[in-house]
Design a protein around this ligand. Structure first.
Ligand code: CAA
Length: 379
């Protein structure tokens, strides 16, 4: 067993940290306030090869592994969780299903431009009436000649409106319920594709979240991903890995808050000494650092399992459960250490706290992670 990152992984971490601190962090506060996505940052990430880390070079990727990918999401999220999730949804939720289930033509046509960062990807599963109960979706896809006609609406779509390529789940056979779901690759330029309401959110404000409406949206037959009826399994398997991307985002947020709290505790003086000299503060920091490390280990383990072709669904759900709760606790404690200053927008910890909350909700709530983990334990 070896817990040390390889030289390549360490180099990647340094490169992404440098980029995050110099190119992402300076505008993170302002983008949060304005709820503004910055395409220029994305284009720079593409130039660095971050938009296709785990995909083979033949599909425009960097030919690296899932550990490298989660390290990148972590480092971006350490300064800006919005940038972290833009990359995570693009890679895990849109790139992965095309890589895993796409035909050679689909990979060249869709995975390559996504890996190269020329196109952004998104994943459309959730609907107004089906969140945790993903199988209760209502969106339909009916074959009409050489095209499927999709009708319905999807909500809370990360990268909604900025993405060019959407992985969409719809019922081709409603009577069969989850076995009647199929997956489609939908371009934003297809007729009948519409971007609906953009959400005004508590956190990850510079990551756009929007409703996507399919109004007789016509999708060529060859854009069916996998086989008819295989869609629910594609959706679930996609989330198995995607959840680890969110775990990485949560680890990054928690690390960012911990770093800020350590610095503040060393420099802030009260009662004639740094507040870190009080065990009430230093023990809190010790607990925060321990939880961050445990979350990181679970996240890296899940990524290592996936990179080595071993089962990773349970590990990924555990990582997301642990890291999401850690992010919420550590960011809340960081605000507490900062006291009144932490409650203001002068310091980043209030943003970290707002950003942390979503990691307990999306890609399956913490309650759904427990459903996934316990079902695997008990089966
Ligand atoms: N891998 C492969 N197949 C799977 C699977 C998996 N991980 N999980 C389930 N399946 C299969 C089952 O084997 C079953 O197959 P058969 O019909 O052949 O038996 C089928 O799928 C149905 O499974 P279940 O009966 O277990 O389905 P269920 O209705 O009980 O739901 C659930 C299971 C785990 C609760 C699921 O609905 C779920 O994960 N819900 C949460 C949804 C979610 O995470 N949404 C997040 C949206 S995306 C997002 O948040 C993105 C973002 O913004 C960044």
């Amino acid at each position: 067993m070896n817990f040390q990152l390889s030289e390549e992984h360490q180099q990647l971490r340094e490169m992404v940290r440098d980029f995050a601190e110099n190119e992402v962090a300076p505008t993170a506060k302002e983008r949060d306030e304005e709820a503004r996505f910055d395409r220029e940052i994305w284009d720079k990430m593409a130039e660095l090869g971050l938009t296709g880390i785990p995909w083979p070079e033949e599909y425009g990727g960097a030919g690296f592994d899932y550990l490298a990918y989660v390290i990148a999401v972590e480092e971006l999220s350490r300064v800006c969780a919005s940038t972290g999730v833009t990359l995570s949804a693009h890679t895990s939720l849109a790139g992965w299903p095309v890589y895993k289930f796409g035909t050679e033509e689909q990979k060249q046509k869709y995975l390559r431009p996504m890996a190269e960062g020329k196109k952004i990807g998104a994943y459309c599963l959730t609907e107004p009436g089906s969140g945790s109960d993903a199988g209760a979706m209502k969106t339909t896809a009916v074959l009409d000649g050489n095209e499927y006609v999709i009708n319905g609406s999807k909500i809370f779509i990360t990268n909604g409106g900025i993405a060019d390529i959407y992985i969409v789940f719809a019922l081709t056979n409603p009577e069969e319920k989850t076995r009647g779901v199929s997956a489609f690759i939908v371009e934003s330029s297809f007729p009948g594709f519409q971007v609906g309401k953009k959400e005004d959110k508590m956190g990850i404000r510079s990551s756009p979240t929007a409703e996507i409406i399919f109004d007789n949206c016509r999708v060529p037959k060859e854009n069916l991903l996998g086989e008819e009826g295989q869609g629910f399994k594609i959706a679930m398997q996609t989330l198995d890995g995607g959840r680890n991307g969110i775990a990485a985002q949560a680890v990054g947020i928690a690390q960012g808050a911990l770093d800020a709290a350590v610095e503040y505790a060393k420099n802030r003086e009260q009662f004639g000494k740094p507040i870190a000299a009080n065990q009430g503060v230093s023990f809190k920091l010790a607990d925060m650092a321990t939880a961050v490390e445990a979350s990181r280990l679970l996240t890296y383990q899940a990524a290592w399992l996936e990179s080595n072709g071993l089962p990773y669904g349970k590990a990924s759900a555990m990582a997301k459960l642990m890291a999401g709760d850690t992010a919420m606790k550590v960011t809340t404690d960081a605000v507490q250490i900062f006291g009144g200053y932490g409650y203001t927008k002068e310091y980043p910890v209030e943003r970290f706290m707002r950003d942390a909350k979503i990691t307990q909700i999306y890609e399956g709530t913490q309650e759904i992670q427990r459903v996934v983990i316990s079902r695997m334990l008990l089966k």
